[in-house]
Design a binder for this molecule. Sequence first.
Ligand code: BES
Ligand code: MN
Ligand code: ZN
Length: 499
Amino acid sequence: MQFSISQGNIATTAADCIVVNLFEGVEAPGGATGAVDAALGGAIRNLIAAGDFDGKAGATALLYTNGKLPAPRVLIVGLGKAEKFDAHGARKAAAAAYKALAKLKGVKQFATIVHGAGSGDLDAAAAAQAVVEGTALASYRTPNYKREAPEPGPTQCTVVEYDAARLSNIEAGVRRGERIAAGVNLARDLSNEPPNVLYPVAMAQRAQTMAAATGLRCTILGEETMRELGMNILLAVSRGSAHEAQLVILEHAPAGTESQPPLVLVGKGITFDTGGISIKPSERMEEMKHDMSGAAAVIGAMQAIAELGAPRRVIGVAACVENMPDGNAFRPGDILTGMTGKSAEILSTDAEGRLILADALAYVARFAPKAVVDLATLTGAIGVALGQQAAGLFSNNDDLQAALMAASAKSAERLWPMPMWDEYMEAIKGDMAEVKNSGGRAGGVSTSAKFIEHFTEGYPWAHLDIANVAWTTTERDALGPKGATGYGVRLLVDLAEAY
Ligand code: BES
Ligand code: MN
Ligand code: ZN
């Protein structure tokens, strides 16, 4: 998707289609929509009066201009109720508009106004960012393995602003939106790739290629190095796999920040989770190719953070491992001692995410982090608790939790705080080892977070359980197709800038 910016009147802009908007309940539109309506002799007012378009959020209507305007088509997108409208409303409206345009064979290039920058009262940069994100996210297509490529949607978008005084803000928002959306779409690509293509070494190589293109420092640790470091808990998960585990470390440190305590982002990167010896039922097991979505979000966020030139030090760590059963696989009953010297008893080889995080979180202590945030598709139970409406937030640090909630509100990637009471520790106290890797069904999300917390030392920490939001099996909104959502990239970019 290519974006350009133009100052002028959308009504007289040449394009395959121009996009304007309408709040719910408005009968006589003003602003850009009013100008287009006037040029069309009241066609938009007629559409509303006839009851055929009501401005509901996400609704669209298409009109043909019959030579009255340079563009042959006008698309009107509904913004919903004005009092409920916000930047995420602009994002969703832009996505709905793109989706409608993608159905029209004749539209390759279109022009849009910045939803919300006029009567929506949004900050011009924030509105432009949201419109670009919505458009670029809606244009995302999953990797194609068919002989024939899918019909491409529109590939060029001109963002039109009438007010010259707002142009530089719009420009900044457009560029920001492009970079963030590229990070989200990178995370989606990684997560959507089939598990035979995206095994740990392949994932590490993609991260390395991205790092070379963006100027991030990239270090990759293989199994030999991890063994020397004593990362035996992580390595145990990898033992049943023919693929070598990889720990990918990406560093963004602009000049002068090299010795700053970094914000550290850690992602669970299980490229396929069979459950291991505690094997999963085969029904829907194919979805476990997405079990690396936490690591994908970290890689996507690091790309965006680098491209945006965030003025602080950030380190992203992707722990890439495949969880398979074979003659070398680890077993229920095994007791493992990892990098911290703490021991863990395995009750289920399917509770593997917390195991690889135990050593990845021990490893990052060496950076003397300002804070560490991990993202993991950790438990099925988080979806039982929250549905697909929010990821679970677990933290033992109020400042970090507040910063994450603020980033969540800003990015419209929902988080909901979950309890971390010490009493949950009882369920995972081991008999022969300090902890065991499953505390049973009761409070399963909180006991999994307590297990991870046990291996964090010396830094503020938060854990995001994204198992319920990282992918969808049905298309839920216009912001993307079914499959990986790229959840977490927008949130992490906002956190990196504000915390
Ligand atoms: N990757 C899964 C979690 C998961 C399951 C995500 C379903 C999305 C959909 C994780 O490794 C896992 O298997 N967790 C177990 C933990 C249990 C064995 C303690 C779970 O949630 O059942
Ligand atoms: Mn598992
Ligand atoms: Zn898993």
